[in-house]
Every structure is written in C-alpha cells, then in structure tokens.
Design a protein around this ligand. Structure first.
Ligand code: TMP
Length: 226
C-alpha cells in the first residue's frame, strides 16, 4: 500500500526522546476530533498486543545488549504487525492515523545512531511494509541535551512509581550524547531528502506555539487537492 492507494491520511511524529512529540500528538488528535474527524492514535514500537510485547523487550533497560541488527529486525517485526492490524485497516476505512514514530525512527536510531546506515532500513521497509509512506511527517527538532535529560527524568519517575520493572523504558536513554547527535543528524538528512513529506518543526517554543505550527501543516495536508 502506498500513501495514495488508501482513503485515509497517515501522519507520523518523529524526533528525539523527550522532544514533546507525544504531547503534541495528543493535542492534534483532540483538535481534529473537535472538527468532527475520526482519528486513531497509535505508537511504535507498539500499537498491538504482540508489538507492545516486542516494545517491552526493546526498551527495557534490563534487556541484555542487543546486536544492532537484532534491534532493527525487532523494530520491523513490531511494525509489520502494527501495519497489518491497525494502520492499514484504519486508512482503508478513511480514518486519520496519528502515529508516534514510524520507519524514520529506524533510519535515525538504527541507521544513524547504531551506524547501520539507511540502506538496510529502506530495503526492509520496501520488502516488509510495502513501502507505505506517511502523507505527512512532523519532525520535531529539539536540543539534544535538554531532550534526553527530559526523557531520562520521565523514565526514572515512571520506573520508580511502578511496583515491577515492566514499565522501565530506559534502554535507549542510556546512550551517550554522540549517539543522539547521530540520530538528530540522520533525521535532518531525511528531511532534506524528502521535503514534501517531512516538515521540520522547531520544538523549542511553548507547547501551544508548537501546536499551532503543527495544526497549520496538518490542515494543508488534509485540504482536498484541487
Ligand atoms: P518513545 O515511545 O518514548 O518515543 O520511545 C521509543 C524508543 O524506541 C525511542 O528511544 C526510539 C526508539 N526507536 C528506535 O530506535 N527505532 C524505531 O524504529 C522506533 C519506532 C523507536
């Protein structure tokens, strides 16, 4: 399925851990629903029962080191299930799908951060995901140090408030600054390569300033083509 072969709209959010994309996704969903649209909110890795289990394995900081290709394969295993069960049916039904991360995350984190390069990621996407492309990708650009600090703080608080370790999602946040610099660079390279799909939004402003910018971009994408 390509972005043109379905009736719905597929909008993805991307950015560094702690950049505020989940908050923005929730605000956008509320705004679109208030205009009468049918919106599905989902996330990667995750979104289905099996993919959420893969998420736990991937993100729990107690998971022993994973080879970069294992990490990549698991991200795609979760993604294929998510597309089959949630994304494709919703798009075929004409709904708006808002997804917190998609294949650009694999290209940025495994391709850039883990140094696997873009090629295997794009090839796996073509083979396993039918090259499904979002209609719009909001790339929230933020400061590396501040974002990762925020993500670590949030994860620590979540892990401490839970009675078991299942909610610990800190494996990536243990990475060093150089890793996240590579992730950010890879994201910016994707945005330069695909300027029609990927829109860069400066995430350093207030929540409502950023929301306004995102809403404008989304309204343009949702406007029927003349
Ligand atoms: P998040 O749900 O808080 O954004 O965390 C998901 C983490 O998983 C984040 O550190 C990015 C990472 N990730 C990848 O490395 N590759 C991927 O393909 C996806 C979807 C996420």
């Amino acid at each position: 399925m390509t972005s043109h072969s379905h009736r719905g709209k597929f909008i993805t959010f991307e950015g560094l851990d702690g950049c505020g994309k989940s908050t923005q996704l929730g605000k956008l969903a509320a705004a679109l629903r208030s205009q009468g649209m049918i919106v599905v909110e989902t996330r990667e890795p995750g979104g289905t029962q099996a993919a959420e289990k893969i998420r736990q394995l991937l993100l729990n900081s107690r998971t022993s080191p994973l080879a970069p290709n294992t990490e990549l394969a698991l991200m795609f295993a979760a993604r294929v299930q998510h597309i089959e069960q949630i994304i494709a049916p919703a798009l075929e039904a004409g709904k708006i799908v808002l997804c917190d991360r998609f294949t650009d995350s694999s290209e940025a984190y495994q391709g850039g951060g883990r140094k696997l390069g873009s090629k295997p990621v794009l090839e796996l996407h073509r083979i396993l995901c039918g090259d499904l492309q979002p209609n719009l990708t909001i790339l929230m650009d933020s400061d590396v140090v501040a974002s990762v600090r925020r993500a670590r703080r949030r994860n620590k608080a979540q892990a401490e408030s839970a009675s078991n370790h299942a909610s610990d999602e800190g494996r990536f946040e243990k990475e060093n600054r150089a890793f996240f610099e590579r992730v950010r660079e890879a994201y910016l390279t994707i945005a330069r390569r695909e300027p029609r799909r990927v829109k860069l939004v400066d995430a350093r402003g207030t929540i409502s300033q950023t929301h306004k910018k995102i809403l404008e971009l989304v309204q343009k994408t949702l406007k029927p083509a003349k």
